[in-house]
Ligand binder design. Structure first.
Ligand SMILES: *Cc1c(COP(=O)(O)O)cnc(C)c1O
Length: 465
């Protein structure tokens, strides 16, 4: 399996190189040259299989012979044994034809664990094979940092530095990073915003001296391996509800469009997905793009669903490329223009192709709170505010022809303030969440300065300037 860049100006590479690089050298995102296919019989045969086995089946189609299958299977079994539920991603019914897929039974109680746990093991494997080490620098607005620290803590060939904006993430989110005592983990409370952290990350990644010296890498959802790992639960949940014999719809709370694009990948592989509803909060760049054909950045507003407070959805470039006839020149032009002018006019034919799968729905804060309360009253389920955005989008659409699966992206106990404000109840954290509440924290305050942070990374990696 070979990977090409959405901007068409980088040479194709294999899975391991695409995985280690993250971004392609021409600034584009890697995507497979052709979509691997499952036959109807192969999809039907996934029914009832353990989650780790389905993961191995899906991942192996993208990895090919670059990692031996028995080794891949061992990694999948180990990764999903860290989850607190034997189904890994269980389904709960909330309406006659509506279900939620609970993606939050992993170590940091958010869906980011599903991809990060297998990513850490893939990294270990390929770094050992190449005799290399790496330093992951991570900028987090909440859940990615905790999932990355949980997945990479204690690993011999990886150091991880998690930067978070001081005072701007929830205490529970912070504690999933700062209570890790492992030697390979450092947490930095940056005196700035998430945007400052992200700008520092970009600057560090662009510093080729630093990159070479410490093996710098990133773990955001531009990495295609993360998307593939997320395609797996589209298969397990759809098959549980009768696919491939009947089509299934999905409803996905979206920010960076990683999860939404993973559904597109599952569909390209042959899974009969009729519709994917892209539910956003008031940061609605994706919903507006799908409804009007204009992809335009707005001001970021703080909401109850902070993991979706994003106004530039990195993975949208992959969908654009797909729906622009895989024309890398056109895609590169559009997204370079977007970086300059913050607007892309999607050509009508591309928009028509997007609409064959995707529907965009934006949900207000009031609707989100009302949906949290209504879901509790009607079903007894306490959901997180991100999940509530998607359930609200579903309610807005009314009854549909096919069963719908809503992706529940975080445990409600990760957002106790929003849940309490909407329902009057304080959600109980599972044992892991309770444990981090009691452990001592370790982090260092640092200026929002790329020089200071780059110096910190060098020292941590034992590479003097
Ligand atoms: C990251 C995150 C999202 C958004 O996922 P994308 O793949 O960026 O669209 C939604 N909900 C929660 C809880 C998250 O952590």
């Amino acid at each position: 399996m070979r990977y090409i860049s959405t901007r068409g100006a980088s040479p194709p590479v294999g899975f391991v190189d695409a995985f280690l690089a993250g971004l392609a050298p021409d600034g584009g995102l890697y995507i497979p040259e052709v979509w691997p296919q499952f036959t109807t019989a192969e999809i039907a045969a996934l029914a009832g299989k353990p989650y780790a086995h389905v993961a191995c089946e899906v991942l192996s189609r993208f990895i090919g012979d670059e990692i031996p299958r028995p080794a891949l299977m061992d990694m999948c079994v180990e990764a999903y044994a860290t989850f607190n539920h034997p189904a890994v991603v269980p389904l709960v019914q909330i309406t006659p034809d509506g279900f939620i897929a609970e993606l939050f039974h992993g170590p940091s109680l958010a869906f980011k664990d599903v991809a990060m746990q297998i990513l850490a093991r893939l990294s270990d494997h390929v770094l050992s094979a190449r005799g290399r080490t790496q330093t992951i620098l991570c900028a987090t607005s909440g859940d990615t940092g905790g999932a990355a620290v949980e997945a990479f803590r204690g690993r011999a060939n990886t150091r991880i530095v998690a930067m978070f904006p001081d005072g701007r993430i929830s205490e529970v989110q912070r504690r999933f990073m700062t209570t890790a005592t492992d030697d390979n983990v450092r947490c930095l409370a940056v005196a700035g915003t998430f945007d400052d952290c992200q700008a520092i990350l970009k600057e560090a990644l662009a510093d080729t001296d630093l990159q070479q010296a410490v093996g710098l890498s990133a773990v955001n959802s531009i990495n295609f391996a993360r998307i593939v790992a997320q395609a797996v639960y589209y298969f397990t949940t759809a098959v549980a509800l009768g696919a491939p014999l009947r089509p299934i719809a999905f409803c996905v709370p979206s920010g960076n469009f990683g999860d939404g694009f993973a559904g597109y990948v599952a569909k390209q592989m042959g899974l009969p997905i009729s519709t994917i509803v892209i539910a956003t909060n008031s940061n609605d760049i994706l919903a507006r793009a799908l409804n009007t054909g204009v992809y335009a950045r707005g001001q970021v507003a703080a909401t109850q669903s902070p993991a979706m407070d994003i106004q530039s959805a990195s993975n949208f470039e992959r969908l654009y490329f797909e729906c622009a006839g895989r024309d890398g020149v056109r895609t590169g032009q559009a997204f370079r223009d977007f970086a300059q002018g913050s607007v892309i006019e999607i050509p009508p034919e591309s928009l028509r192709l997007m609409a064959e799968t995707f529907v965009g729905v934006a949900v207000s804060e009031a609707d989100t709170s009302a949906t949290l309360l209504r879901t509790l009253a009607e079903t007894g389920e306490i959901i997180c505010p991100h999940t509530a955005v998607a359930v609200a989008a579903l309610n807005r659409r009314g009854p549909q022809a096919d069963p719908v699966i809503v992706l529940a992206t975080a445990h409600p106990a990760k957002f106790p303030e929003a849940v309490e404000a909407a329902t009057g109840l304080i959600p109980t954290a599972p044992p892991r969440g309770q444990a981090v509440a009691r452990l001592p924290e370790r982090f260092q305050a640092i200026a929002a300065s790329s020089e200071a942070i780059k110096a910190f990374v060098r020292e941590f990696a034992g590479v003097p300037a």
